[in-house]
Each structure stands twice: as structure tokens, then as C-alpha cells.
Design a protein around this ligand. Structure first.
Ligand code: GLP
Length: 240
């Protein structure tokens, strides 16, 4: 596992962008796994700028999003479809037909895993991390062998994500997520985390025992992982 500890959020985002951009230059047909949340926002903004300057292209890229809330239409401003269109897709040359979300495979979410396989598997999976150590919407207790499926959101996740909604009552209580096994199938993983709120989850994920109590700890078992943190998110790590 390669760990980068950057001074701040901007530097962390730049590091992620540099790695993703060189990856796309080497493999313009890459299949990307993508997260939502506030952490990847700057990464997407900088990738979109690189694309508009002609430094990289998403024309032949295919994307699989990690997750989506159940019960929200793609046009809903709180949906992850909307987030991705706003923050990345509409600002690049990607063909929207090549962008996939697990919810669109309802009711048979296993077909999402099948589709990923059909397109050659995920080459590069970008991941954020929840305060409780979740990846995608794989909450604590999710089996390491889990596939894409519908789940119930944990209380800390609903509380954290309430900031994007008018009221906590508006936060969907269910979502569809790639499974942990689906995520681990990616050839390369980049996990990004920023801020003090994430430092316990990062410590547990990187230096704790790999356990379903901390879904992100599974990445310890992946052979090709890069973790990019800012100083606050890295504060509790012993091995720096
Ligand atoms: C959501 C997403 C996760 C994301 C997490 C952290 O729950 N489903 O994929 O990693 O939030 O979000 P943030 O980056 O806003 O802290």
C-alpha cells in the first residue's frame, strides 16, 4: 500500500488528479469506479479542467458509480446521478451512455456486477470513506464477499449526509451500492480522505485489524492500493 500525506485538501486532490490523469493517458479506454461525497469534488473539478484544456479525454472512458440512494429520480438534485452530471460528466467529453449506476439495474443488482465484468472489470476505483469506515454504502457489518445490492443506511451515515438535504427526514434510508467484493475486484484502488472527522476511520482502516466492522479495512488485502490523505485525516496513523 502506498500512502501519501498531503498538507491540505487541495494538495490531496491534486495528487489524486495527477495519478488519474496519467492513468487515463496510458489507458484512454479505462473503466473507472467513481464515488460521490464532498471529498472527490475538487478532484472532479480539476479533472474536468484538464479535459477542457485537452490534456485528458473521457471519450472512451466508462464509469461505474459506487452507489445511489433508493427512491430518488436521476433528476433529483440530491441523487448521485445529478451529482456526477453536475460535477464531472457534463464538464467532460464523456459519452453519457458509458456511465452506469447500480440503481439502474433494479431489481436485479447482480446484473451491475455482471455488466462491470462484461466491460472488462474496473481498472481504477476511486474511493472515499465514511466516518464509520464505510466504502460505497457498505456499512459496518457488510460481508467482505458482498456483491452489489440494496442496503439500509446506518445512523451515522444518515446524520452525515443530512447536510445535503433540507432536513434529516428527507435523507433516504435505503441505497444501492456496489458490494465489497465488487470493489475489491478493481485492478487498482485509490482511497482519498480529508479532515479530522475521518482520522479514526482512517486509522481503523489502515492500521486496525481487517474486519467487517470497518468495511474500508478490506483494502489492506488488495495488492494495488494508493491512499491519499491530508494531515488531519492522517493524524492518528502511527506509520507515516
Ligand atoms: C457517502 C458515499 C460514500 C462516501 C462517503 C463520504 O456516504 N456513499 O461513497 O465515501 O459519503 O463522503 P464525504 O466525502 O462527503 O465525507
Amino acid at each position: 500500500m502506498e500512502i501519501y500525506i498531503e498538507d491540505n485538501y487541495d494538495a490531496l486532490s491534486k495528487r489524486a488528479v495527477d495519478i488519474i490523469a496519467s492513468f487515463l493517458k496510458e489507458k484512454p479506454t479505462a473503466v473507472l469506479g467513481l464515488p460521490t461525497g464532498s471529498t472527490p469534488q475538487k478532484t472532479y473539478e480539476m479533472l474536468a479542467k484538464k479535459c477542457s484544456r485537452g490534456e485528458i479525454s473521457f471519450k472512451k472512458v466508462k464509469t461505474f458509480n459506487l452507489d445511489e440512494y433508493s427512491g430518488l429520480s436521476p433528476a433529483d438534485r440530491q441523487s448521485y446521478h445529478f451529482f456526477m452530471n453536475k460535477n464531472l460528466f457534463s464538464k467532460t467529453d464523456i459519452d453519457i451512455k458509458n456511465t452506469f449506476f447500480p440503481i439502474d439495474f433494479k431489481p436485479d443488482f447482480k446484473k451491475y456486477d455482471k455488466k462491470i465484468k462484461e466491460l472488462g472489470g474496473i481498472d481504477l476505483q476511486l474511493l472515499g470513506i465514511g466516518r464509520d469506515g464505510h466504502i460505497g454504502f457498505n456499512e459496518p457489518g457488510s460481508k467482505f464477499s458482498s456483491k452489489s445490492r440494496e442496503i439500509s443506511l446506518a445512523k451515522p451515515t444518515i446524520e452525515d449526509n443530512a447536510r445535503f438535504f433540507k432536513s434529516i427526514k428527507d435523507v433516504p434510508i435505503k441505497a444501492v451500492t456496489m458490494g465489497i467484493d465488487t470493489i475489491m475486484g478493481a485492478k487498482k484502488i485509490i482511497l482519498i480522505a480529508s479532515g479530522e472527522k475521518k482520522n479514526q476511520a482512517i486509522f481503523n482502516a489502515l492500521e486496525g485489524k481487517a474486519s467487517t466492522k470497518v468495511p474500508a479495512s478490506i483494502i489492506q488485502r488488495h495488492k494495488n492500493v494508493i491512499v491519499i490523505l491530508d494531515k488531519e485525516a492522517a493524524r492518528k496513523l502511527n506509520k507515516k
